[in-house]
Unconditional design. Structure first.
Length: 631
């Protein structure tokens, strides 16, 4: 894998970041980074494969190999995650909000703005006028001077975060890839697309699936522009208006959908995990109905589904640590002893270096937030919980590969504020902890699973992991800078409070919540803490039963993930995929599963390509076009 893959990946990251910003922030969708498999990255990979075939016809030696194509794809995916809906753009919306929207009535500055250091937030309202109003430029002395230091400081924080994620991914790779042989379903399509020989592209079932999904999006896109053209509704439709009788109407939002890409991704999942996801989704809805029937929902937030799910994630971490305890011990022996294993020399970074980097980066991150005003104990606990959740999300992607994994509002900022009680935290602690919100609001565009999938691709293509690690770190560095650049450039052009569709909403959501914590401090929410304990115990029991009884149908990962917001959008496609896959395996076995696999891969690629093309058509023509997926 040569330097040309690195150069190509770096060249694609800036325009891709700009494209993602336009799709997800300036315009109203689609939102590709809120899906596990980023549609924009898959589309660019398809374009690259087509161009590569033309190059191969001219001169075979110039064509990229599978490892190079996958390296470019991984770099673009990392850049997409950083510029995505739930990462750096959320941070930018928080940085100037307090100074610009402060009024005598809300008293943002008096309450918590005084606790925000100048190197973390933008306080020059002259520089913010163009940012919020538009018709201006980022490239003025006033704007650049205001943003330079905060962007540099936050970029250092993000780089340290990604270094920890990268090293954690390297440490678990051998256990997950080589020993447990996890399937990493999300990266299956890119690997099949780039496989030598191009067998996927010659498969008729693949093109049937592609034509079906792309045809649906083509028809729906034309309907969006010319309503007289009929449509095939595959996007989510809420069934709640048709459920009017108590207690059944307590199910709240209850959408059904038929997203082709979600059905295709579901086919790649293990059958028991597919079953657990839709079963436990209905299980949570059943809890809401029962709570309403018994009058228990008079307690705010009851039955605490989010907290139960969070407890499930904590249980997953404990299960992983217990099942991998021997491997973890061997990591420390290799790092600080004389034990070696075959392939140690090929690992991207040695175990010792990984542990040292994790330690140094973690010290920096804790220091960063202590400097921001957070107590040392709180910073240590918050970062530990964040990286534990990051490992859990990455494991879920590696083993389950669900179409979505948002885990809304389950980060250390919310769980610690609720668990400890805002009345027991100082104003400085609340303000500093509030900065955790931007990378914990939801875990959809999380960088760590993409890094782990990149290492899986390196293993499958038998290429040097060391070089992949270098390429991914280069993508992190450039992706961070271009994510800031693309959002700020568009902000000063269009105005985040003017022509942006998603420009200031996250800022209001965050600081209104923080204002409530200042004006109405609360003690620890004991019931929510009990719900976390219940969720932890339930998932732990499921894990034990699964390890004890062969064929046990309920998976703790399905329990933890199924209560999330985005599962509302894909539970029906996962149910459809479960019905199809379970019957194919039952009556045809593994052979028939492999026979039909190209059809489902075609469903995924067809919707990714058609959805991305409609976005590009909208950008070129300056109109709003059909969005195949909403956040």
């Amino acid at each position: 894998m040569g330097i040309r893959a690195l150069v190509l990946g770096l060249l694609l990251i800036p325009p891709n970041s700009w494209w993602v910003t336009h799709m997800e922030k300036v315009r109203n969708g689609p939102y590709p980074t809120s899906i596990s498999l980023f549609a924009n990255a898959v589309f660019l990979l398809a374009v690259l494969i087509i161009a590569n075939n033309f190059v191969r016809r001219l001169r075979r030696a110039w064509a990229l190999g599978q490892a190079e194509l996958m390296a470019v794809y991984t770099m673009v995916a990392i850049g997409s995650a950083l510029a995505g809906h739930d990462f750096i753009p959320v941070l930018i919306q928080l940085m100037g909000h307090v100074a610009w929207f402060n009024t005598p009535s809300n008293q943002f500055v008096e309450m918590f703005g005084r606790f925000q250091p100048d190197w973390m937030a933008i306080k020059d309202t002259r520089a913010l006028a163009g940012y919020y109003g538009g018709n201006s430029t980022l490239y003025s002395a006033v704007a650049l001077r205001a943003w330079m230091i905060p962007v540099a400081c936050w970029s250092a924080c993000i780089l340290a975060m990604c270094l920890v994620m990268m090293c954690l991914s390297i440490l678990v790779r051998r256990q997950w890839v080589e020993r447990e042989r996890l399937t990493y379903p999300v990266v299956e399509l890119p690997l099949q697309m780039t496989a030598p020989g191009g067998a996927l592209w010659r498969n008729r079932l693949f093109w049937m699936g592609f034509a079906l999904a792309a045809g649906i999006d083509l028809l729906n896109g034309l309907h969006y522009i010319w309503p007289n053209i009929p449509e095939l509704i595959v996007k989510h439709q809420d069934m709640k208006p048709f459920i009017v009788n108590k207690p059944w109407n307590a199910v709240d939002w209850f959408p059904i959908s038929y997203y082709p890409f979600a059905i295709g991704l579901g086919y790649l999942l293990p059958v028991d995990l597919l079953f657990s996801c839709w079963f436990f989704y209905l299980f949570w809805k059943g809890q809401m109905v029962l709570a309403n029937a018994q009058g228990w929902d008079a307690t705010p937030q009851f039955p605490f589904i989010r907290e139960q799910g969070y407890g499930g994630y904590l249980a997953i971490i404990v299960i992983l640590a217990w099942n991998g305890r021997r491997y973890i011990a061997s990591v420390f022996r290799r790092a600080f002893g004389r034990e070696t294993e075959p392939g140690d020399s090929e690992q991207g970074i040695s175990d010792r270096a990984c542990l040292l980097i994790i330690g140094a980066a973690s010290v920096f991150l804790v220091w960063f937030f202590v400097r921001a005003g957070m107590s040392l104990w709180l910073a240590l606990l918050a970062w530990f919980l964040y990286f534990a959740m990051s490992v859990a999300i990455t494991r879920i992607r590696a083993e389950l590969g669900p179409p979505v994994h948002d885990v809304h509002f389950s980060g250390p900022d919310n769980m610690l504020s609720q668990g400890i009680g805002t009345a027991n935290l100082s104003g400085r602690d609340l303000t500093a902890l509030n900065w955790f919100w931007w990378f914990n609001r939801a875990y959809r565009s999380h960088p760590m699973p993409v890094m782990a999938e990149g290492l899986k691709a390196a293993h499958n293509t038998r290429s040097a992991e060391r070089r992949w690690v270098a390429f991914m770190l280069a993508a992190v560095l450039l992706g961070t800078l271009t994510a800031f650049w693309s959002f700020l450039d568009c902000a000063y052009r269009y105005g985040t409070a003017a022509k942006f569709y998603q420009g200031v909403g996250f800022g209001w959501e965050n600081y209104n919540q923080l204002a409530l914590r200042f004006t109405g401090p609360l003690p620890a929410n004991v019931q929510a803490n009990y719900a976390i304990a219940v969720g932890f115990a339930a998932a732990l029991v499921l894990g034990i039963l699964r390890n004890t009884f062969f064929g046990f149908p309920f998976h703790p990962i399905g329990y933890a993930i199924s209560g999330s917001w985005s599962m509302n959008l894909v539970w029906m496609p996962m149910l459809i995929a479960w019905v199809l896959k379970s019957n194919i395996l039952r009556f045809g076995g593994l052979r028939q599963y492999r026979f039909f696999l190209p059809f489902f891969l075609g469903l995924i690629l067809g919707q990714c390509v058609a959805g991305s093309l409609w976005s590009l058509v909208g950008l070129v023509l300056g109109i709003q076009t059909y969005s195949f997926w909403g956040a």
